[in-house]
Design a protein around this ligand. Structure first.
Ligand code: ATP
Ligand code: MG
Length: 207
């Protein structure tokens, strides 16, 4: 194979690449020009893979980094101290945790419902507070799936929230009505998880 043949081939590749990129840029520019609305986005991050809560907290960090006001409500009583909470409380992010009742190994339904109610009330207040730019409702999906919280109450609070307020809901098995109302829905799929290979949950990585 001669050197000049190689050079020719490389030149054709480069030209094709440039043409493709030009087309792509034109399509993206047209989409950007079309997207003019600025309003609060309801996002759902669901599915069985790892990365839902961390994506929610990543967006909270993003908001805080822009000087926005964010608030977090966690609908699961974790067995462990949550790293995000330690950090976000230092920068004045209101952070409510369901600290009684519900755990992954839930047993007492009545107690769980009471704990859910106690945790939902501050969430509802946040969803009515125009000074809050972003609300993260971490693991809310389970409250609806377990029928601890009526989906209509959740939908009403979401629909009536301030126009500019973003909301992120995380958790597996999100109710269809919430997915239908949402603007952005991502499903995190599990391809592999270290836990299945015997790696335990570690602070600073898993919580
Ligand atoms: P993360 O908080 O790491 O973003 P997540 O919010 O997507 O995870 P949850 O369903 O809330 O996942 O589970 C919380 C805990 O369970 C985390 O410690 C996480 O590492 C672990 N976990 C998440 N997905 C899986 C999975 N597919 N297999 C085993 N453990 C998982
Ligand atoms: Mg989670």
């Amino acid at each position: 194979m001669s050197q000049s043949n190689d050079n020719n081939r490389e030149q054709i590749r480069a030209e094709r690449h440039q043409q493709r990129q030009q087309k792509l840029k034109a399509a993206v520019d047209a989409k950007i020009a079309e997207a003019r609305d600025e309003r609060g986005v309801l996002m759902v991050i669901t599915g069985n893979g790892k990365g839902k809560s961390t994506a929610g907290f990543g967006t909270v960090a993003r908001a805080v980094g822009h000087g926005k006001k964010a608030a977090v409500v966690q609908f699961i009583k974790g067995g462990w101290e949550c790293g995000e909470r330690n950090l976000l409380q230092q920068v004045g992010v209101p952070f409510v945790v369901m600290n009684t009742g519900f755990t992954w190994e839930t047993q007492n339904r009545e107690q769980d419902i009471a704990a859910c109610e106690q945790t939902w009330l501050p969430a509802e207040q946040m969803l009515a507070d125009p000074s809050i730019d972003l609300v993260l409702l971490d693991e809310l999906t389970y409250m609806v799936a377990y029928h601890y919280l009526d989906v209509e109450r959740v939908l009403t609070a979401l629909k009536n929230r301030p126009k500019h307020q973003h909301v992120i809901i995380t958790g597996r098995g999100c109710h269809r009505a919430i997915i239908e109302l949402a603007d952005t829905v991502s499903e995190v799929q599990s391809v592999k998880h270290a836990f299945e290979a015997g790696v335990k949950a570690q602070p600073g990585f898993d919580y």
